[in-house]
Design a protein around this ligand. Sequence first.
Ligand code: HEC
Ligand code: HEC
Length: 283
Amino acid sequence: MRIKTLSVVLIGAMALFTAFYWLTDASRREATYNAQLKELVAYGQELFGPPTATNLNTANCAKCHGADGMGGEVPNLGGRRAPNLHSKSIYEKLKAQAGGAWTEIRKPGDPPDYVNLVIRYGGVVVSGDVHSPMPAWSIEAGGSLTINQIDALTALVETWVLEASKQPDVQVPNTVEAGQTVFTSTSDCAGCHGADLAGVGQFPNLQNIGNAPVTELPFPISQLDKLKADYAKDPGAFLEAWIRDSSANYNDGAPTQMPPHPQASLSDSALQALITFLLAQKQ
Ligand code: HEC
Ligand code: HEC
């Protein structure tokens, strides 16, 4: 009888403990995951640079992307810029890759996603340009970083991207000044066309885009006649179509070396201000 009571009590206690464990397990797992993620991001931040007296051994992504990852000039490349990594356009790419929703920062061991692939294999993943200034970092691709280090940098960049994705779009006033700010800092235009619009390297000069389209294109397109006709009819509408997706609208879908700018990375109001600014560029 006493043994029976004892076993009932024991089984009851075990059941209670199991239920308690089961109920708190999810939050315990989440706490562990958050702690690991925090560590991973801190390691990524160390690798991102810039180097300091106590932290010499970094990949120094900061050299191009800026210490805080907000974008910066690539050294010795005539004004070419490296993009801001706190970016809704990276968010859009991750979302498209995930098939509609992207809410979770990639964990080590997960299959490589867009950010992880760019860091592994370099700018060719971004733009198809094999001469992109963004290096390939993984050792297998000739770089200097291990897969673990690239995982940490991925977690850092995706933390920034997730934060950026939650920022509301600001309404940009439709003025030349506001458009200039979009051109030089909010969007990526100055990275290739230069803050003075003179064009960096082979990227075209836009200083006369308010008078005429660029027809001597560095990468010939299949629909040049349509481009000329559209500009003649309505320069603003042409610029909108070109900036949103030059490849789809003027090159039968083949890449033009100018990335598309969908609504998610360039809001309608920012685009309108940008067009107002571009149409004011006359030589
Ligand atoms: C020498 C300059 C340079 C360095 C160093 C550099 N980047 Fe880049 N990065 C670029 C440029 C330029 C691009 C744009 C690529 C293009 O258009 O071809 C880019 C693109 C990217 C992108 C994609 C951005 C997008 O909008 O799709 C990510 C992510 C990135 N870099 C992360 C890093 C990380 C992490 C490091 C350090 C391990 C790093 N970069 C080091 C120049 C650099
Ligand atoms: C990665 C480099 C890159 C970025 C970033 C970029 N462009 Fe371009 N852009 C190009 C290239 C390359 C061409 C020429 C395409 C060709 O030769 O087929 C071009 C052409 C143009 C033209 C000329 C179209 C014509 O024929 O008249 C305009 C206008 C333009 N870009 C505006 C912009 C604006 C505005 C932004 C930012 C929202 C931007 N670009 C961002 C590379 C870039």
